[in-house]
Design a protein around this ligand. Structure first.
Ligand code: ADP
Length: 180
């Protein structure tokens, strides 16, 4: 699924983020940046040990913030590491931190002149954020950003499971029909 947001493109695909050819891919990391399971483990395996070596020099990342490294062996030139919130029930502060993880990732991308970014669904694995709640937050934050900063030409959400893909697809359908 693909929609135009001004001159930019927002895409949803089902797949593996480590294989994406966007200029940057986003990692759902933890605050240590020293590797974990899920998407973080997959990105480190695909990028090679040089990625962990660079992450070690960064001294971690706060929840809701993002930092950038090289992509090492990945097709993507950069990896943007962001830390989403651990979900402990719906709350404005948890939602704010999820929003911030997407927003800061895009700010860091823009600061490097990156024009295309692939995101996984942040916080919806080990961190327990329900997909149905996370998808509209993720999509609205990205849409708002590219409306303001069309120099981000393409944002691709790469959803691992068919359930995640369908949930994002339904949420995007609802959001785009609001404006029509
Ligand atoms: P978090 O700790 O932020 O919840 P996880 O890595 O546990 O991070 O999960 C985040 C999301 O990434 C989950 O929805 C999971 O299904 C998905 N995921 C896991 N591996 C990949 C991959 N290779 N590509 C894209 N998404 C992935």
């Amino acid at each position: 699924m693909e929609v135009k947001i001004g001159s930019s493109v927002l895409e949803l695909i089902q797949g593996d983020i480590t294989q994406q050819d966007t200029e940057a891919i986003v990692n759902a990391a933890n605050r240590t940046l020293l590797g974990g399971g899920g998407v973080d483990g997959a990105i480190h395996r695909a990028a090679g040990p040089e990625l962990l070596a660079e992450c070690r020099t960064l001294g971690g990342c706060e929840t809701g913030d993002a930092v950038i490294t090289k992509g090492c062996k990945l097709k993507a030139r950069y990896v943007i590491h962001t830390v989403g919130p651990v979900y402990r029930g719906a709350s404005p502060s948890t939602e704010g931190l999820l929003k911030s993880a997407y927003q800061r990732s895009l700010e860091v991308a823009r600061a490097k002149g990156v024009r295309s970014v692939a995101f996984p669904s942040i916080s919806t694995g080990a961190y327990g954020y329900p997909l149905e709640e996370a998808a509209p937050v993720a999509l609205r934050t990205v849409i708002g950003f590219v409306q303001r900063y069309p120099e981000i030409e393409r944002v691709r959400f790469v959803l691992r499971s068919s359930r995640a893909f369908r949930t994002f697809e339904e949420a995007l359908g609802r959001i785009t029909s609001e404006g029509s």
